[in-house]
Design a binder for this molecule. Structure first.
Ligand SMILES: [Zn+2]
Length: 351
């Protein structure tokens, strides 16, 4: 039986979502905040399978992969490591590299190690680093749009996810000019050119700000959009027309739904469609992303992946070596031994 032929089936279904005769962009991303568990490969493998299928169906398509290296270091497990406490809240690209022979900084080190796995899998997207996008001013137009619509966005966060942001809140994080942290600043009062910000000591639990108060033009790399708004900005910048995602992001009130609503209301455009992928299991147990086996510790090969939209996973398909997707229908998202699945660390504290 040709598993390859059957494996194309689910991706073929997705082709119908894309309008022929216009350019298409499939996007995926990674936050290089530490060693990536093997489950971190599910997204690139699925996105690549979709990209290949779209191409095989004569669609004009690009595969864009962004490295989210402007994100703050917010990992609790990192905080406990020697020398890391002082770097909590800094952008990942501002933290020293564990091994300068591998990568120039912390983000580059982990991104390089993760991306090195792609070639062996035949995955060759266009890579884009957020530091380059922000510093070049490529996202300035989107930053201005978000800031001018901050009140609308604040209402969407409240309506869709029941998250309360303070009045005057702006969905942007300024890099503190005093201490260099980006995760500790609260920005307010956009006047069309600059924003006010305060680096708060108690703004987040995982890092302590320095108390600095200032005003800065939030363009050209001095600030980054918050998670949901940055997502929309990338859809707009790259012209993304398809983006799949894990179920942890696609739940009601979840991160994707928030971004979808922001894209509709602020950009006045329909967000890209994208299927939900199931969590991989390993040796019969669901892999909690935060506890999984390091992706660098294995030598993965291309295989077939299956997905779920609530239907029974395709157990007839050949799994990736060592990976299966055998969660029977109806089994809740928890480990077989009853422990809850830990959220993907990439998506914690991004709401
Ligand atoms: Zn500061």
């Amino acid at each position: 039986m040709s598993s390859g032929h059957e494996a194309a089936f689910w991706a073929d279904e997705e082709v119908k979502l894309l309008q022929p005769g216009r350019p298409h962009v499939v996007r995926d991303s990674k936050t290089p905040s530490g060693a990536v568990p093997i489950s971190g490969l599910r997204g690139p493998i699925i996105s690549d399978a979709l990209f290949r299928t779209f191409k095989a169906n004569a669609l004009d398509v690009r595969f864009v992969y962004t490295i989210d290296d402007y994100d703050p270091m917010d990992s609790q497990s990192m905080k406990e490591r020697a020398g890391m406490a002082e770097h909590m809240g800094k952008p990942l690209y501002m933290i020293p590299s564990p091994d300068p022979s591998v990568g120039t900084d912390f983000a580059d080190y982990h991104a390089t190690r993760f991306i090195a796995l792609f070639a062996g899998l035949g995955i060759t997207p266009e890579f884009h680093r957020m530091r380059d996008l922000y510093r070049s001013g490529a996202l300035d137009k989107q930053i201005d749009l978000v800031l001018r619509n901050a009140e609308t966005i604040r209402a969407i966060h409240k309506r869709v996810a029941n998250v309360d942001h303070p009045e005057g809140w702006l969905p942007i994080a300024v890099i503190c000019e005093n201490c260099g942290r980006i995760g500790t600043t609260l920005a307010t009062d956009y006047d069309g050119t600059t924003v006010a910000y305060e680096c708060r000591r108690d703004y987040v639990e995982w890092a302590e700000g320095c108390g600095h108060v200032g005003r800065v033009a939030p363009f050209g790399g001095t600030a980054k959009l918050l998670w949901n708004e940055q997502w929309c900005a990338q859809w707009d910048h790259f012209g993304v027309t398809y983006e799949e995602g894990g179920k942890d992001l696609l739940t009601a009130g979840g991160s994707r739904e928030r971004s979808n609503e922001i894209y509709r209301e602020v950009w006045k455009r329909e967000p890209p469609p994208g299927l939900q992928h199931e969590f991989f299991t390993f040796g019969g147990k669901k892999m909690a992303s935060s506890k999984g086996i390091g992706a660098e510790g294995v030598r993965p090969r291309r295989g077939c992946v299956s997905r779920g939209r609530g239907e029974r996973p395709r157990e007839d398909l050949a799994p990736l070596p060592g990976l299966t997707n055998a969660r029977p229908a109806g089994v809740p998202h928890s480990l077989h031994d009853g422990r809850e699945l830990a959220p993907d660390p990439q998506h914690q504290a991004r709401g």
